[in-house]
Design a protein around this ligand. Structure first.
Ligand SMILES: [Mg+2]
Length: 265
């Protein structure tokens, strides 16, 4: 879709009819989890998908090919989802892609190396409040609970600088995510899923920095929606906030149902 169409509010008439015309049963519907299907929680471990969203998501999951692509590990994401989508991709794209088992084992080896290096670079006595989370294919360093945020962040960045092999680093709110350089990002993962699923079109909703890898794909067959307006985003359309996701999924369900009914009649 062209630059001119960038960043329209999705529930405006013209934008919404574009979505209605675009989606059909050959579309792969993919969603980020935190901040998209589930509202952001102050403690990431306690996020929850509100029941009405889960119900609409379950309906969609029955009538279309659905994927969740998240920074969480697959098992953690599944615990929060409570429903198994057709594809569940964890670790920002690095976990769960069909056909990537061997590479995934390599990523596991790399994150284990980082973990033991970080244990030396950030000795326990200096690490109060810093939490290293080994998520299998990637590793996250959390520093939300330290006394001196600025100092802790600087110390963490210095430690990351010394890691071998060097990671791809994605910073977030009180978190640094370390990803093996050869791991697929969300954009690559999304493309692979479109290919594997045989879906000719893709639809994606996300809210944060790592989702830009999908927004950036810039393909007429990919329809992208960002939660929250951000002028720097490459997404085509936006929703005002996460609470609008319920309306979005139920509208998608209605459109798919109507298109199916039209085929039958
Ligand atoms: Mg998110």
């Amino acid at each position: 879709m062209s630059m001119k169409e960038r960043l329209s509010y999705l529930f405006k008439n013209t934008a919404f009819s574009k979505m209605r015309n675009f989606i059909d049963k050959t579309t792969l519907f993919a969603f980020d989890l935190d901040g998209t299907l589930a509202p952001i929680a102050s403690k990431p471990s306690v996020i929850g998908i509100p029941d009405p969203i889960r119900q609409e998501f379950a309906i969609l999951n029955k009538q279309a090919v659905v994927a969740v692509i998240t920074g969480r590990s697959r098992s953690d994401a599944l615990h929060h989802l409570g429903i198994s989508p057709h594809y569940l991709i964890g670790n920002h794209g690095a976990e769960g892609l069909p056909g990537w088992k061997d590479q995934e084992n390599e990523f596991f080896g790399i994150t284990n190396q980082w973990q033991s290096q970080l244990d030396n670079l950030l000795p326990l006595e200096n690490r109060r409040g810093i939490m290293i989370e080994n998520k299998g294919s990637t590793l996250s360093i959390h520093y939300r609970h330290v006394c001196n945020i600025k100092y802790a962040h600087k110390m963490i960045l210095q430690a990351i600088d010394k890691l071998d092999p060097q990671p791809r680093r994605i910073g977030g709110k009180f978190i640094e995510n370390l990803i093996p350089v050869s791991a697929p990002d969300k954009g690559i993962a999304f493309r692979i899923l479109m290919e594997k699923s045989g879906c000719q079109k893709g639809f994606f909703v996300g809210d944060d920095e790592t989702d830009e890898d999908i927004f950036r794909l810039n393909d007429a067959n990919i329809f992208t929606v960002r939660i929250g307006i951000n002028v720097f985003s490459d997404a085509l359309f936006y929703l005002r906030n996460q609470s609008e996701i319920i309306r979005l999924i139920s509208e998608i369900n209605n459109v798919l149902k109507n298109k199916k009914d039209q085929l039958i009649n």
